[in-house]
Design a protein around this ligand. Structure first.
Ligand code: HBI
Length: 359
């Protein structure tokens, strides 16, 4: 039990087992973990991050753990069994956490994996789980619901749409998300091109953005980790004449330097995007987002004011919205980011969540 007088927490963040922090394999979780860690340190809490070997996250304190990576949960089918490889880095990370748990007031799990949830009742240290995706498999739904039932208030999510994908959605804590706005520079004189930003994998629907720019002839800059190479190659083969340029996977400061110069960001999620960090990164630069009316982005974008929400999976809907971009005041985009997505606002919500679990 934490004495009410203590106002600083000793936090242990346990990262995603799909790849090193900084590699892009962890997608939005990397940025989310980094931002929350920074904000907690700024508020005076102490913190250590447990992550896979090769992880680098600015100057944040990382304990690197060796072992076999976990396969991405979104490649699993709904009824897949749980796969744990020999010498599992996930198991090794949580065995480390078990050994040091007495030195911490709260463990925060960022992994979308079965094991951390299964182990929760075996730990003496309280565990907060920040769930980074919507419902993907029966096994994960079941084990998360078990923790939501036995440890009420410990399941955090990023959006109402993400929560709604779970039967226990009403028992999840909606935390939204945020970015360090000081890293994003407003631009009100963009170039002519559009942007698409994200892990290049089937659930992100990149082919629709490419099809839209093949129809409009407006060049598209593509930024992000090529996670599924054959998926990327099939898009290039299917749209040989599309005006696209693959810029690569860039760290935040270089990403926003490219993104801010774009007329708009296209978001084409096939799945229920839990939040859509790239949407608030774009808004922070004054870049309107055109997104399918699905998942987190539908709760972020103010349709007609800071972007457009279009019929899901409709390429013509994207094209039609691109034609209306002159209606958007880019400064309104920046203003929304400052009003709703600052790290301070998220820090308040996260601290409130942590204290609620501990008291
Ligand atoms: N898959 N098994 C697994 N574990 C994760 O933590 C995980 C993942 N796939 C994607 C992912 N995390 C993140 O890229 C998204 O949650 C943002």
């Amino acid at each position: 039990m934490i004495a009410a007088t203590d106002k600083f927490l000793r936090l242990l963040f346990i990262s995603s087992p799909v790849g090193p922090l900084g590699s892009g394999m962890g997608g939005g979780v990397e940025l989310t973990l980094y931002n929350i860690a920074q904000e907690m340190l700024r508020r005076g809490h102490s913190l250590k991050i447990v992550a896979t070997q090769g992880s680098v996250l600015g100057t944040l304190p990382i304990v690197e753990i060796a072992g076999e990576l976990q396969t991405s949960a979104q490649t699993q089918t709904r009824n897949d069994p749980i796969f744990i490889p020999g010498n599992s880095v996930l198991a090794n990370m949580w065995d480390y956490a078990r050994q040091v748990q007495a030195d911490y007031d709260l463990i925060v799990n960022f992994a979308y994996d079965w094991l951390p949830f299964y182990l929760t009742p075996f730990f003496t240290c309280p565990i907060a789980h920040l769930v980074s995706m919507g419902s993907l498999t029966e096994a994960m739904d079941g084990i998360i619901e078990g923790v939501a039932t036995q440890f009420p208030g410990t399941i955090g999510v990023h959006s109402r749409a993400q929560a709604a994908t779970f039967a226990f959605g009403d028992r999840c804590r909606c935390l939204g998300n945020a970015i360090d706005l000081s890293l994003y520079e407003f631009c009100d004189q963009p170039g002519s091109w559009l942007a698409w930003v994200g892990r290049i994998a089937p659930e992100k629907g990149l082919e629709d953005a490419v099809a839209a720019v093949e129809m409009t002839g407006i060049p598209l800059k593509i930024l992000g980790k090529i996670q599924d190479k054959s998926y990327w190659e099939s898009i290039c083969a299917d749209y040989p004449n599309a005006p696209i340029e693959y810029v690569g996977f860039l760290p935040t400061v270089e990403l926003q330097a490219e993104l801010r110069q774009c007329r708009a960001l296209l978001m084409t999620p096939r799945w229920v995007e839990a939040f859509g960090n790239v949407a608030i990164e774009a808004l922070a630069c004054g870049v309107p987002a055109i997104a399918y009316r699905r998942g987190g982005p539908a709760e972020i974008i103010q349709d007609g004011k800071t972007g457009f929400l279009v019929e899901p999976d409709s390429v013509t809907g994207l094209v039609e919205a691109i034609g209306r971009l002159d209606k958007i005041d880019r400064f309104a985009c920046r203003q929304q980011a400052e009003a709703e997505y600052s790290l301070w606002a998220l820090g308040d919500r996260i601290e409130e969540w942590f204290w609620g679990i501990l008291n």
